[in-house]
Ligand binder design. Structure first.
Ligand code: PLP
Length: 395
């Protein structure tokens, strides 16, 4: 009996989580593994956030919460959207979700009809196409070029729009390339979308606080306020507060869509872990210096890895990311040099793991087989270990 339906049988495991699991397994077996695959910051959750959770438990906040989240957190998030993102919103239009991931999945699930097309610029975060597939939609990849800094141009976007296009996923700063779009670039993209009135914009801003060299992040819906009534903005505590395991994300957008997401959530997960919601509230209300320190650390690590890689052969990082905490390392030269051994990025990633115990994520998973992704979220000694191991192979 074939129990698994076709929709899910075709679903692949998240490549980033799979690499992480493999590295953890090899480590547990006693191998020396340097893991550069993880999409999470190394710093521990700040004490005031933990205290928020402990206090919540002691205050007996251990019950179901409303499906959309506790009202204090929704109000604080509405305030944050209005203050930081310049998106005017109110608590009823805010939903607290199980990580940014659940917010994204819910949006796809509540808006897509079978066969609807979703535009996704490549390289993309691994889960976008998988979620679209789960929701019955069809991903349409908008190509970008490394030479252009992986930036989606208005022309490239326009070329992929069809009468079936239902949504655009706009991830800035992006995973895996760290592309952070300037106001002018966003305006050009908005200009295209203005003409096509039936396209929903799904703005994934989970890396908004992680930018470099003075880049001032501005939200899509703030740059194009006339499109705010068809923009859903997704954010999360995972990356910017180093709270990946707590699973708290949030979203705002058109009231009708948020209301549908709340209904969806009420029938699937009921609510987000109540204690984690109080921790998130403490995070918003607390001191944010750790965030600036964390970003400064990422910046220094990016500098160290880029400098080391610039002296290596067969691999290349063409430009510094403007945001997020990943480096997308080009391997075309290596693939050209040894095509029998390396047919693509997965072969290279397997080779690095098996030969020098270095875990990286193959670019294939992000829609670009000519690269692999490393994360500088790992601790300094892990970064040094990675540089040393990369040097053993490419030095
Ligand atoms: N969006 C992007 C671009 C990401 O890289 C990630 C996590 O890697 C997420 C969303 C989901 O984050 P969360 O852990 O909050 O679900």
């Amino acid at each position: 009996m074939q129990w698994i339906n076709t929709r899910v049988s075709e679903l692949k495991e998240s490549a980033t989580l799979a690499v992480m699991a493999r590295a953890t397994r090899l480590k547990a077996q006693g191998n020396s593994i340097v893991d550069m695959s993880t999409g999470e910051p190394d710093i521990d959750v700040p004490e005031h956030i933990k205290e928020g959770a402990i206090k919540a438990m002691r205050d007996r906040k251990n019950r179901y919460t409303p499906p959309a989240g506790i009202i204090e957190l929704r109000e604080a998030l509405a305030e944050k959207f209005t203050r930081d993102s310049k998106i005017k919103t109110e608590a009823p239009s805010v939903i607290v979700t199980n990580g940014g991931k659940q917010a994204l999945y819910e949006v796809f699930d509540v808006v897509l009809e079978p066969g609807d097309e979703v535009l996704i610029p490549a390289p993309f975060w691994v889960s976008f196409p998988a979620m679209v597939q789960l929701s019955g939609g069809v991903s349409v990849i908008v190509p970008t070029r490394a030479e252009d800094g992986y930036r989606m141009t208005a022309a490239a976007l326009a070329a992929k729009i069809t009468p079936k296009t239902k949504a655009l996923v706009f991830n800035s700063p992006s995973n895996p390339c760290g592309v952070a779009y300037s106001v002018d670039e966003v305006k050009a993209i908005a200009e295209v979308l203005r003409v096509h009135k039936n396209i929903l914009i799904i703005a994934d801003e989970v890396y908004e606080k992680i930018t470099y060299d003075g880049f001032q992040f501005e939200s899509f819906a703030a740059i194009a306020p006339d499109l705010a009534d068809r923009t859903v903005t997704v954010n999360a505590f995972s990356k910017s507060y180093s709270m990946t395991g707590w699973r708290v994300g949030y979203s705002t957008g058109p009231r009708e869509i948020i209301a549908a997401m709340i209904r969806h959530q009420s029938q699937t997960t009921s609510n987000i872990n109540s204690v984690a919601q109080y921790a998130a509230l403490a995070a918003l209300r607390g001191d944010h210096q750790f965030q600036r320190d964390m970003v400064a650390n990422f910046d220094a690590r990016i500098g160290r890895v880029m400098q080391a890689v610039s002296k290596m052969e067969g691999i290349d990082i063409p430009s510094k990311p403007q945001g997020a905490f990943y480096l997308f390392v080009r391997i075309e030269e290596l693939l050209k040099r040894d095509p029998k051994r390396f047919a693509g990025s997965t072969d290279v990633a397997n080779f690095l793991l098996e030969e020098v115990g270095l875990a990286v994520v193959p670019g294939e998973a992000f829609g670009d087989d000519g690269a692999f992704r490393i994360s500088v979220g790992s601790a300094d000694d892990v970064i040094e270990g990675a540089i040393e191991r990369l040097g053993r192979v490419f030095g």
